[in-house]
Design a protein. Structure first.
Length: 616
């Protein structure tokens, strides 16, 4: 029996934390050469579903899907804004809105300090547009160029910000670790307001106000808000406060509907790959609804258009795999100010021109990434020869002096998916330093790993910060080899109980009756799907009726169910040497149920994520 891992379709690696009814489990292909006929040892584990009685009013297929995603109650399916928890549950909110209200009333100069990724860009746009809706007269922004200043509110970026003579600095999607930067700003007479969602360190900055759901003891029920979600919550609380003090009537400012910002909130939330808990599902669903109804900001619409996605049927995956990479390309290759301007502009043609530029940068990013992947795979091959068949390392560090700072995060993610191990990719950072971007697997909290290293080796890391699955760090180039050894040792301590096999988690088989357009449409409406709330994946055995190669690397199929009751179209994208699959008559496939639209006709289609041959 032969098997194929589809290289660009291994999103399943991020879904391992969920207990689904069926587990397809196989030996990984060589990390440096995904081969079309690499032997795969499969194991199928079926579990009985339980605890789904509170969902009995739903379609049986949805009962099954939701039950294994651990929905505690039917109320969690309500995606209306009224189900959002109160913004006043966030500690520090009272001080935050009082500071902002005073600044708006007295026409202070508010300067937003943004991060240089998609979450930072959308957070910045939401902050600027929202504060202007409340009547703020002087709002501007600054976004550090990652190549010159690095991440966050550093003393260096404070000096740059001071040239604009702001009264108040507001950080979005950063700031919780900016101890020295906050101190430098306050010494210059600026007030500092921090909105962030990253995990704090043992010391907190002495800001004038801080809102972060991950602050110690914070009672807010969702710890998975993205930076843009935190900023949106600040605006909700600020609107309430301004209403209570009579600001709208006194100033002649109309009380705004903050729903008009939700397309930006949805984009930033999906782009940052935070868990789609109930709160985030509400925010993303509401944002998607606005996009589908043609009420998105011109920049969001333009990003989707340039990626070839139709706004009227946009899904969360379109934001994550089409709009977000183009927006992120600005910060990775050039300057995120380009992306922020795309989101801020009210002019459709300007937005399209900026989106076209972002699309060009994304192409450039892909070319750089392709070369870096070749370099990384060559390094892995050399390492494999040195290890001479020994087990894969617990964690891996990669560095090449030619690598691009803006692309190492993507590279680390790609290699992590191949090895299913925590990976850090490094690039030169200037002044004898290298900068690293880390990506981890479920069960290994990468920021905790770095925190433990910093505690045991106080002088090794110049900085670090991040989440459970992603983090950034800096260290001296001369310390790379030492750090790599320490990192592997430290990760090994965190691997107890972690499944290190490549695995596909399936929601089981679908009957011939369920393989219909109605089922696909039902699942489309049941999301939004994403990190922590994965899109349903099914598996089954099929007879191959027809197969042909399309677009050089895609495999188009017509499949028949084992009971011969139904034929269904299927497609596998980006197959390595797809012509090698044309002779097989039976397949085991793991697939998602999709809606195919062609010439105004809608039909069900299986989008194959993984397949194995079952005989000639």
């Amino acid at each position: 029996m032969g098997g194929l891992n589809l290289p660009t379709k291994q999103r399943w690696a991020n879904e391992k934390a969920f207990a689904h009814p069926v587990l397809l489990k196989g030996l990984p292909a060589k990390p440096y050469a995904i081969m079309p006929h690499h032997p795969v040892q499969k194991k199928i584990i079926r579990r009985s579903l339980s605890g789904a009685g509170h969902l009995s009013h739903l379609h049986p297929l949805l009962q099954r899907i939701y039950a294994v995603r651990n929905l505690a109650s039917a109320e969690e399916l309500d995606r209306s804004l009224s189900k959002l928890p109160s913004p006043w549950l966030l500690s520090g909110m009272k001080a935050m809105v009082e500071q902002l209200a005073e600044a708006i009333e007295n026409r202070r100069h508010l300067l937003i300090v943004a991060d240089f990724d998609a979450d930072g860009a959308t957070s910045c746009a939401v902050a600027i547009l929202g504060l202007r809706l409340f009547g703020a007269q002087r709002v501007s922004y600054i976004v550090p160029n990652r190549f010159d200043y690095g991440y966050g509110l550093t003393p260096e970026i404070v000096a740059v910000a001071a040239r604009q003579q702001p009264d108040v600095l507001i950080t979005v999607d950063n700031g919780i670790s900016s101890i020295e930067g906050v101190r430098a700003a306050r010494e210059r007479g600026m007030r500092v307001l921090i909105t962030d969602h990253h995990l704090p360190g043992p010391e907190l900055p002495e800001a004038d106000a801080m809102v972060n759901p991950n602050l110690p003891g914070d009672p807010f029920p969702s710890k998975s808000l993205a930076g843009v979600g935190v900023m949106f919550y600040v605006l909700m609380a600020l609107r309430t406060h301004l209403r209570e003090i009579g600001w709208f009537g006194q100033s002649g400012t109309s009380e705004p509907n903050l729903g008009q910002l939700l397309d930006l909130v949805a984009l930033g939330t999906v782009a940052d790959v935070v868990a789609l808990d109930h709160v985030n599902r509400i925010l993303v669903h509401q944002g998607l609804q606005r996009i589908r109804c043609g009420q998105a900001h011109p920049g969001v619409t333009a990003l989707l258009e340039v990626a070839g996605r139709a706004s009227h049927k946009v899904a969360a995956a379109d934001l994550g795999f089409a709009a977000a990479p183009r927006l992120n390309a600005a910060g990775r290759i050039e300057d995120m100010a380009l992306g922020i301007e795309c989101l801020l502009t009210p002019d459709v043609e300007t937005a399209r021109n900026l989106a076209a530029r972002l699309d060009d940068l994304n192409r450039e990013r892909r070319e750089i990434e392709d070369q870096m992947k070749l370099d990384a795979l060559a390094i892995l091959e050399d390492m494999d020869k040195v290890r001479q068949g020994r087990n894969d390392p617990a964690g891996l560090c990669l560095f090449d002096p030619s690598w691009h700072q803006g692309v190492i995060g993507i590279l680390a993610s790609r290699i992590k998916d191949r090895l299913h191990r925590p990976v850090i990719a490094f690039a030169p950072g200037g002044n004898g330093e290298i900068k690293g971007s880390a990506r981890s697997i479920p069960g290994v909290h990468i920021r905790d790993v770095l925190s433990d290293i910093a505690a045991r080796h106080p002088q090794l890391l110049s900085r670090f910060g991040g989440h459970a699955l992603a983090a950034g760090l800096g260290l001296k180039a001369q310390d790379f080899k030492r750090f790599a050894e320490i990192f592997e040792t430290e990760v090994a301590k965190h691997l107890e109980g972690v499944d290190l096999d490549h695995a596909l988690h399936s929601d089981g088989e679908l009957t011939a009756h369920e393989l219909r357009l109605e089922s696909a449409e039902l699942l489309q409406q049941a999301g939004p799907w994403g990190q922590g709330f994965p899109e349903p994946l099914f598996d089954g055995d099929f007879e191959v009726v027809q197969s042909r190669v399309v677009g050089a690397r895609h495999l188009k199929l017509v499949l028949k169910t084992p009971d011969q009751a139904r034929m269904v179209d299927a497609i596998a994208f980006f197959v390595d040497r797809p012509e090698n699959w044309l002779g097989y008559r039976r397949l085991k496939a793991a697939y998602r149920l999709d809606v195919n639209e062609f010439r105004d006709n809608r039909s069900v289609q299986l989008r194959i994520e993984y397949m194995e041959t079952c005989g000639p």
